[in-house]
Design a protein around this ligand. Structure first.
Ligand SMILES: Cc1ncc(COP(=O)(O)O)c(C=O)c1O
Length: 217
């Protein structure tokens, strides 16, 4: 996270971005050959469900290319992130949420997803890879952990639910309802003086617990 995003009260559009300078210096410090992958979590869970901009992922892609590093997107909240990109990043206002998600995923070498989030299902997930040989290695490992790639440990019913969930999550009314209902709760807590991570992120309202105990205990 960029330094300024560490301030829970600071109102910034993309507090989930990777700090590009820190990323570059970490690569230099640990050396690219010792780094398996750069993983971007979209939206950024540890910063309060804050979104990541397309510009930031583009820059990370360039850095990964320079150092021949694999870029993995943990995109279990990719639809929520697309909502923020459309409404906050210049040039995306006329694109659909689905188009934005596809554009972002095209920048990655791999995409992992716990489908319990934006897949709108009770159980299941995805791993997709561009590289055929890496994909084959994962498929082989999968057999001893989850099952064959044709079902990955899931029942047909669960896979069908996921296929439908991945379409329904991009419905503009649904996404709007989802982001707004989280923001509604957060805005009301803030109005009551509860210190929340601001602006409200996608999937949750994060209480600034350190500040909270100072104010209320
Ligand atoms: C960003 C992110 N990735 C992965 C996971 C792991 O999901 P699961 O418990 O379905 O394996 C979570 C769970 O909350 C998550 O928030």
């Amino acid at each position: 996270m960029p330094e300024e995003a560490n301030d829970p009260e600071r109102d910034l559009p993309f507090k989930g971005n990777i700090d590009l300078e820190k990323l570059k210096s970490l690569i230099l410090e640990y050396k690219a050959e010792n780094i398996a992958a750069v993983i971007m979590t979209v939206t950024n869970n540890s910063s309060g469900g804050q979104p990541v901009s397309m510009q930031n992922i583009l820059e990370v892609r360039k850095i990964c290319d320079q150092h021949k590093l694999l870029l993995v997107i943990d995109g279990c909240r990719i639809a929520e992130n697309s909502y923020f990109v459309k409404h906050r990043e210049a040039g995306y206002e006329d694109k659909s949420y689905e188009e934005i998600a596809k554009e972002m995923l095209r920048l990655a070498d791999a995409f992992v997803m716990s489908a319990k989030k934006d897949g709108l299902v009770n159980m299941g997930g995805l791993l997709t890879l561009k590289d055929d040989s890496l994909s084959q290695q994962c498929t082989n490992l999968l057999i001893i952990s989850e099952g064959f790639a044709t079902y990955g440990g899931l029942s047909g019913r669960d896979m069908e639910a996921m296929a439908i969930g991945l379409k329904e999550v991009f419905d503009p009314d649904y996404l709007h309802y989802r982001i707004r209902s989280t923001a509604y709760l957060g805005e009301h807590l803030k109005a009551k003086g509860i210190p929340v991570v601001w602006p409200i992120g996608g999937h949750a309202v994060y209480i600034d617990a350190k500040n909270y105990t100072q104010i209320f205990l």
